[in-house]
Design a protein around this ligand. Structure first.
Ligand code: NOJ
Length: 564
């Protein structure tokens, strides 16, 4: 029946843009340097917006650009309402927002509410005396009876989570390095202050926030000890942080009340998105809880594709359980790379990185692509002189510098990233593994990303379609996306041996894209032969040829003319 006969039926709410978007993470220090100081900046990002539209992503998430002493490379914020001069000015940010919006790109900022820098004026005031009005903005405690830290909580980055302040005779809590004191989110004044920070940026037109470590915002009010983790296996490479179960130091049940508060701040600005970083290794049920009843996060970042073994059984099982666990209307996410973990091409190898890209960009989710993964960048080999990350300096083997090296734009000096001396080296393979070369190569991983993104844009089945995970076929993960009559099958060979898999349904289909980029238009009968490390998108049914063409490498496509 038509809507006209039911005037009381409320119109369907417009579909939020982030349900259909692909988010590209820019690590500002390493994207593009415009002023030659060797560090990326906002003006540099603006210069490369045409690349992002050419690639076909819809939104940019900027890792922190706020003033910071850089103890944790921007995740130690000393002023929430300014831009660090190394990245530019507030005006530069305003220009970047305007230029991104003019191209239909959204701009998301990182918000780091769990802790500030110890140089932040709030903490400077808080530590100045026990009577300071901001004392309770942070978590101060008396020593234990033996004079040691108040409890056994550990820092994510090694050592105890408490630092002694001799001047005021108390310990303060820092879940990360001592230069990152944790804010007290049970103090309403902290909420008011952060609401002001959010409004400051939302009023400037940003499209939302990616909120850092949301599970870390609240702690046990009684500050009880964390119990030991019986599953912890000590040894080289083990992270001592995992020797305890963080029952009391993180993820308290009332964090959901707080997330509803965050959501209310965002909802005052229609069309803005609230994304949360949720702890690595979270179960699908825990991820689902962060969506609340549609009143907490819009998107909870799911890192499972980075943490699960890259094996068909584990991946297929996760896909099915994740989809089933989410509340109705909640939009899943996947992340295969970011500034914190090994590059996907290093973790699972260059061939499987292409398969992962197909999974990321065709499964039901809002995908997050980390800069440089579309070039197949691997962890850089860096000498000790390039070790900057505090985590690696405190816990050997955990340094994140190798995944934060500059983007490679072309074969010129320092890969076109800077005319100065880059803050981290661009890497030996930058001469060949760069945007300028890979975009001309019809079979490159960059071309694959662009064609997957074009496919996703051209066919609503990838965004609107339901997802049915198929029974496992050896190393092959398969799922069907369905939207009305339209049915698309994705078959991903996570193994290195050729296999033959049965086509779902009776009608056969047509290959829309293979990760090898050489089978488009091939007819598929009752079965599909997949080469080792190959994934295919197959449009099922008799009319399967329609609407599946995607731009190739080279100069086809509407955005090419503007590409720098
Ligand atoms: C998560 C961020 O992604 C990471 O880079 C940072 O070190 C920690 N949160 C602490 O803010």
């Amino acid at each position: 029946m038509s809507r006209r006969t039911h005037p009381a039926t409320p119109p369907a709410p417009p579909r939020p843009w982030w349900h259909d978007a692909v988010v590209y993470q820019v690590y500002p220090r390493s994207f593009q340097d415009a002023d030659g100081d060797g560090v990326g900046d906002l003006a540099g990002i603006a210069l490369r917006l045409d690349y992002l539209t050419w690639l076909g992503v819809n939104a940019i998430w900027l890792s922190p650009i706020y003033p910071s002493p850089l103890v944790d490379f921007g995740y130690d914020v000393s002023d929430y309402t300014a831009v660090d001069p190394v990245y530019g000015t507030l005006d530069d940010l305003g220009r970047l927002i305007a230029e991104a919006h003019a191209r239909g790109l959204r701009l998301i900022l990182d918000l780091v509410p769990s802790h500030t820098s110890d140089r932040h004026p709030w903490f400077q005031a808080s530590r100045s005396s026990r009577d300071d009005p901001k004392r309770d903005w942070y978590l101060w405690r008396d020593p234990a009876p033996d004079g040691g830290p108040p409890n056994n909580w550990l820092s994510h980055f090694g050592g105890r989570a408490w630092t002694w302040d001799a001047a005021t005779g108390q310990f303060y809590l820092h879940s990360f390095v001592p230069e990152q004191p944790d804010l007290n989110w049970r103090n309403p004044e902290v909420l008011d202050a952060m609401a002001g920070v959010m409004r400051f940026w939302l009023d400037r037109g940003i499209d939302g926030f990616r909120v850092d470590v949301i599970h870390n915002l609240l702690k046990d009010e009684a500050f009880r000890d964390d119990p030991p983790n019986p599953d912890f296996v000590p040894g080289p490479g083990a992270n001592p942080y995992h020797s305890l179960r963080h029952l009391h130091s993180s993820d308290q049940p009332d964090v959901h009340r707080l997330l509803r508060w965050f959501r209310r701040q965002i909802d005052a600005y229609p069309g803005r998105v609230l994304i949360g970083e949720v702890e690595y290794g979270s179960s699908v049920e825990r991820l689902a809880r962060f969506y609340g009843d549609g009143d907490e996060l819009h998107l909870a970042l799911n890192f499972s594709l980075m943490t699960l073994p890259w094996e068909s059984a584990a991946i297929a099982d996760h896909l099915a359980r994740y989809d089933a666990a989410l509340p109705p209307g909640a939009c899943p996410t996947f992340v295969v790379g970011n500034h914190d973990r090994a590059r996907v091409a290093t973790r699972i190898g260059p061939a499987q990185a292409r398969v992962a890209a197909m999974l990321l960009l065709t499964a039901r989710n809002t995908p997050f692509v980390y800069q440089g993964d579309e070039l197949g960048m691997r962890n850089a080999e860096l000498g000790p002189e390039h070790q900057r990350d505090p985590w690696g300096l405190r816990v050997p083997g955990h340094g994140r510098d190798p995944v934060r090296t500059p983007m490679r734009w072309d074969a010129s000096g320092h890969a076109g990233f800077t005319t100065g001396e880059p803050w981290l080296p661009v890497g030996d393979d930058a001469g060949t593994e760069n945007v300028a070369r890979l975009r001309e190569d019809e079979r490159s991983i960059l071309t694959l990303h662009r064609r997957l993104l074009a496919l996703r844009r051209a066919d609503a089945v990838f965004t609107l379609g339901r997802q049915r995970v198929l029974p496992l076929a050896g190393d092959v993960v398969g799922y069907v996306r369905e939207d009305g009559e339209r049915r698309v099958w994705v078959a991903l060979n996570l193994g290195s041996r050729e296999v033959e898999v049965e086509t779902p349904g009776a009608g056969g289909g047509t290959i829309a894209l293979s990760t090898a980029l050489d089978r488009e238009g091939e007819a598929v009968g009752r079965s599909l032969r997949l080469r080792g490390d190959e994934g295919c998108v197959v449009v099922l049914g008799r009319n399967s040829g329609r609407g599946t063409s995607t731009p190739r490498a080279g100069r086809a496509g509407p955005h090419d003319r503007g590409w720098p």
